[in-house]
Structure formats: C-alpha cells, structure tokens
Design a protein around this ligand. Sequence first.
Ligand code: UDX
Length: 460
Amino acid sequence: MTVLGTGYLGATHAACMAEIGHEVLGVDGNPEKVLSLAAGKVPFYEPGLAALIARHVASGRLSFTQSLPEAAEFGDAHFLCVGTPSREGSDEADLRYLHSVIDGIAPHLRRPTLVVGKSTVPVGTAAQLAGRLHEIAPASVEVELVWNPEFLREGHAVEDTLNPDRIVVGAQSEAAELSLRSVYAPLIEKGIPFLTTDFSTAELVKVAANAFLSTKISFINAMAEVCEATGADVWQLAAALSYDSRIGARFLSPGLGFGGGCLPKDLRAFVSRGKELGVDRALEFLRSVDEINTRSRLRMVSLARQQCGGSFSGKRVTVWGAAFKPDSDDVRDSPALFVAESIQSEGGKVVVYDPKANDNARKEHPNLQYAQDAIEAAENAHVLLHATEWKEFREIDPNVVGEIVDVRRVIDGRGTLDPESWRAAGWEYFAPGKPTSTGIRPCAVGVTNQEGHTEPPKGM
Ligand code: UDX
C-alpha cells in the first residue's frame, strides 16, 4: 500500500501498517521530509514513532518517495493522509491537498485499485472525490474510493492506530469493504469493532466525535465559570459527575480548554458546513462551545492580570508550557501561547518554557522569551502560569522554584499541580473554577477601563 502525505497522520499510519505486516511506500512532496523519514527521523515529537519508522525502514517493509507515478505502480491501496487546514480567512476546510494528490496519482493507475480517504473532511467530500477519481483515472482501470476516518490523538498516535476504539469504513461496494477488512485483519482479529457505513456517515463520525469531545470540555469549563460565581469547586464537581457512567470521567478536565490542529479547526469547519447544508440552527450550540473555549483562555489572562495588581506593565510572567497538550511539540492553536501572547501584548515580560515545544513556539512567536528549563523560566517571576500539564511540571519541588521567583504565586491553568504542596511551600495557589484559600475570586474577563467597565484585552 501507499500512504500519500507523511505528516502526523500519514507517518504514523505508514509505520503502523508496516508493523501489522504490510509493504508500505510513504509519499510526500517535500524532499527533506522524505529524506529524513527514510533515515528513520521524524520531524515532530511523537512517543514511539521514530523507533517504529526506523525499525520498518530497516526491515525493508517501509520506504519513502516523492514520486506519485512510482506510488501508482507500487500500491494496491492508496491511503489519502494529507492535511485539510482551514482555508485562509475562513472557517471552511481547504481541500486543495486532497484534490492535488488525487489529480496527481489517478492518471497513473494501471490496475484495480482502492483509494482510501483518511483525512478529516466536510461531509459530502468523499462523494465528490469519488467522482473526480473516476473522471481522471484511465477508463479501463477499476478504481474505488472508500472513506476510513482516523481518530488518533497526538502523543498517543502509535497506540491509537494499533489499538483503535473502532474502525469505520464508508464503502459503496462489498468488494471494497472486504479489501479494507483484509488490510485491517490483524486488528479485527484482536476484537476491534469494524463498522461499515455510507460515505456521509463515515465522514460525519469523525467530525461528530470531535464536536462531542469539544462540547464535553467546554461544558466543564462553563461549569468552572458557574463555580467561580458560587464558590463551588469544579474539580470536585467533575469528579462527582464522573461516577455517573452515562457521563464518564474523560474529557471533563477543566482549565485552559482545547487547542491543537484538530478540535478547534474541525469544530469551525463543521459549523461552516452546517450552514451550507441549511442546518445551522442544529449546530448553533457549537458556536457557544467555541466561545466558552476562547473565554477559558481569556479568564486565565484575566486572573493573571488581577494577580499582577490590575496591569501586566513591567511584570515578569512565567508560562510553563507551549505545546497545546503534553507529550507533543505541536503548538498549533495552543492555549498556552495564546495566554503568553495576550499577556505580552499588554506589556508583561513573558518567559516561556516547554520540555519539547520551545523550538516550534519560537518559530511561531519569536517575540516571546524562552528559557532552557522550568526553573530558569521562573526567575524573578511575579506570577507563574501552569499552561500545559507536562509530568515534568508536576514533579518540580515548589520549594526549589520558590527560591527563584519574586512572588510565590501560581495559577494552575490545568489543575494538575498539587495545591497542598504548593501552599505548604508558601505559594498562593489559584486555579480556574477552584475556590481560593484567600477568598479572592477570579474576576470577569477583560480589562477594566477608566469608567470601570470591562473591555476585551488588546489584540483579541
Ligand atoms: C483530537 C481527538 O481526540 C482525536 O480523536 C482526533 O483524531 C484529533 O483531535 P488531539 O488534537 O491529539 O486529538 O488532542 P486531544 O487529546 O483530543 O486534546 C485536545 C485538546 O483538548 C488539548 O488542548 C487538551 O489539553 C484539551 N483537553 C482535553 C482539555 O482541555 N480537557 C480535557 O478534559 C481533555
């Protein structure tokens, strides 16, 4: 098989398909990426992936190329794993990479072939691409498209691909379904559910799953706002809710909310597609999900500002974390960097440290200052913000970091530090949706203007 596009999804899929016994050719238009993957190097941080790629490059089951004609010659099945970012200046998904890869490979197909879409797409795309494929592929060749969405999480990509919760396949013929069953046979044998649907349902499973997960996170963050208004504790609330098996415990961690290359963009693309389909009322609530998420970030900025005496001007603020979540170096739409940028734009002197994402953050946000380690980042800090919940931060002794800061004051934006040990070390500890020992409550989002009204912070 071939894997077209070797970004996060494609590189992981290629390595995992080699792991379950297939001969895999990864294809990418970027020559540097092809060279580095062929040398067993992964251009992003994903636990276990580099080792798996190196193992199968060495075993001969995995190789890489730039050439689409070579890919057409090599594969019985071609997996489409290219990105579908937001279109510039819009929430809609940009399908140009999917189109270009189909246009590039289809004319070279010479034997019966399966084309398998894995990228996250607006509902209706698969039917459109199937038409395009048949138009471009030589008339004498039997080519069929199936849609097989991918649900992997960054930081757990290998594990999620080898042990997915389910395999969903949108297929138009039994033969296509059977081909995919044979591709995934080692997983199906382990008891992983295999669901066959039509195209639209398969496409929707992915966007609906991401919309549901986003809704869960924003729900608990909305509850954090209610807790702040009432003195209740959102962490205790979430724990108590989680005992109801209908609700469950996962994706109910309050704090800075969701970021990354998937949930925010997929949520907006879904709303945008809903509008085109005339079901905007049905998806209206997802706009609130998005707004609550943005507010979670703004509330952190607001709480930090309050702790800096109402203004960041001349204040040193440490931000622990830059990746959108731990075990990743991905800084796309990172809540941590949103907060860092907002504070800096209000005159704060922000120092950021992330165990893996400093370099990527520096490329995207060169105006922020970066430290080599967590303790150095906290030097002379007026307030310390915990924005990405790396294990490394939980393991830091608050007494040690207390020696270097100006003021022992921490805002735990992910709620995963131990409040007791930080307070025992003389720190004032705050977390969104958690009552504070000092009785100070987080204030409303925004900056207080001269008239005493709140306005959104500058640059928002
Ligand atoms: C997500 C989906 O989980 C995955 O199925 C899909 O294929 C791609 O999008 P990913 O972007 O890797 O995966 O991250 P995920 O683990 O879902 O976390 C997304 C964001 O939500 C992170 O910023 C995380 O910090 C935040 N989050 C998660 C919370 O704020 N609270 C939670 O309880 C869970």
